[in-house]
Design a protein around this ligand. Structure first.
Ligand code: FAD
Length: 382
């Protein structure tokens, strides 16, 4: 069964729910081993999911941001690392199709590759820059040699590195000091993955270091110019809060099922009937409801807006990421309080959710930057 066989979101969500159930059965092992969810990514490719954001003009489905966010959230209820990993690829392709920022021939080339199952991610972080959203200039360098670029450098946090076919790398052009995105195919000599990812959160994202040594690519592989610290308004980044919302949903479901079953001999029945347990379940539900409404309404607003309106949505996009990610952290905390000390057992999925949701704080945009943007906006509007 392929996602392309269905036209409605409900049907696609049904298929994704089935896949997500599979992902959940694999999640603990991948996390414990610190490996990568190869089988999950293979399932997503096989079912056509990885090409769903290709625009209609190239024969794709051109799904909306709202649909993307709903499907991504569903993946994360089974496995957060799989959702975050594939979310970058899905979002990048959607964004490229909407912005038309690449030369047509290069965009066509990548679309044809994606139809065949190729995966792409942006590689912008470096040890020296910290989060690229703060404006640090890449130390990865590009030098022109005839009709070619020679790229050298090291990128950190290269999510999905075990299976990426294309690395979209930021580099500073040595001669001019300008910064660009350079599309580097995995098979290019000088491309190496160093397995440095030792994070305790989102272990299954395979976010290792990408090391580029005298990587030679043809000049048209400089695909886009880039202004450090000025990412603009990026709706596609809402795949990030969708991921953490999915993890929070999984935590609440686990806690409710646990509370229904757990029957210590100090009470009759199970702890689901205890008012303080219900209080926490209600608080989780409230947080989930607020997070969903905020996320879904901003994504729908994005889908209905033109380019000018979208460019003004940066404060809302930042706010929704901050609100949903922090709500997810709170929901997992409440779920763990319902379950008690068992939630800290290595065998318990809640300890994995607890670690995984923390990563959301360190995905873009960062909370302090969003708060400052909101402050400037509020002051400017008065
Ligand atoms: C699970 C995961 C997946 C990721 N995947 C990718 C990916 O696929 N591609 C990619 O390119 N990146 C990826 N990243 C990297 C991410 O985008 C950030 O670059 C990374 O998390 C570092 O962010 P940071 O805030 O910790 O770093 P820093 O920016 O170094 O910040 C560290 C601390 O210093 C402070 N600080 C630093 N500079 C400033 C400043 N100028 N002003 C104010 N405060 C400052 C911050 O407040 C923070 O407290 C991923 C990260 C995670 C956690």
């Amino acid at each position: 069964m392929r996602f392309q066989d269905f036209k409605s979101l409900e049907e696609r969500l049904e298929l994704m729910t089935e896949l997500s159930g599979r992902f959940l059965t694999r999640a603990a092992k991948v996390d414990e081993e610190g490996s990568f969810p190869f089988e999950n990514i293979a399932d997503l490719k096989e079912t056509g999911y990885t090409s769903l954001t290709l625009p209609k003009k190239v024969g794709g489905e051109g799904i909306s941001l709202y649909e993307l966010v709903r499907l991504q959230e569903c993946i994360a209820t089974g496995d957060g690392p799989t959702a975050l990993s594939i979310g970058w690829h899905m979002g990048i392709i959607q964004d490229l199709g909407e912005k038309n920022s690449w030369k047509e021939s290069m965009f066509e080339m990548i679309c044809n590759e994606v139809k065949e199952g190729a995966l792409i991610n942006n590689c912008a972080s470096e040890p020296q820059t910290g989060s690229p959203t703060r404006g640090g200039k890449p130390t990865t360098s590009a030098v022109k040699e005839g009709d070619y670029w020679i790229v050298n450098g090291r990128k950190t946090f290269t999510t999905m590195s075990p299976v990426l076919d294309y690395f979209n790398v930021t580099a500073t052009i040595q001669e001019s000091g300008e910064v660009g995105y350079f599309l580097i195919p995995r098979s290019t000599p000088g491309v190496e993955i160093q397995e440095t990812w030792d994070s305790i959160a989102m272990k299954g994202t395979g976010s290792h270091d990408l090391v580029l040594t005298n990587v030679k690519i043809s000049e048209e592989y400089l695909v886009e110019w880039f202004e450090p610290g000025n990412k603009g308004s990026s709706g596609w980044l809402l795949h990030i809060p969708a991921c953490y919302l999915g993890i929070a949903q999984a935590a609440q479901s686990y806690a409710i099922n646990f509370a229904k079953d757990y029957s210590p001999n100090s009470i009759k029945g199970s702890i689901i009937d205890i008012p303080t347990v219900q209080q926490k379940i209600g608080e989780m539900e409230l947080e989930l409801m607020k997070a969903r409404h905020f996320l879904y309404s901003v994504t729908k607003q994005w889908d209905q807006s033109n380019e000018v309106e979208r460019n003004q949505m940066k404060p809302e996009l930042g706010a929704v990421k901050l609100a949903v990610t922090n709500a997810a952290i709170k929901i997992v905390d409440l779920a763990m309080r319902v379950v008690g000390a068992r939630s800290l057992s290595l065998k318990n999925p809640l300890q994995r959710y607890y670690r995984d949701v923390r990563a959301g704080l360190h995905n873009p945009p960062m909370d302090d930057m969003t708060i400052m943007l909101l402050a400037k906006n509020a002051i400017g509007n008065r």
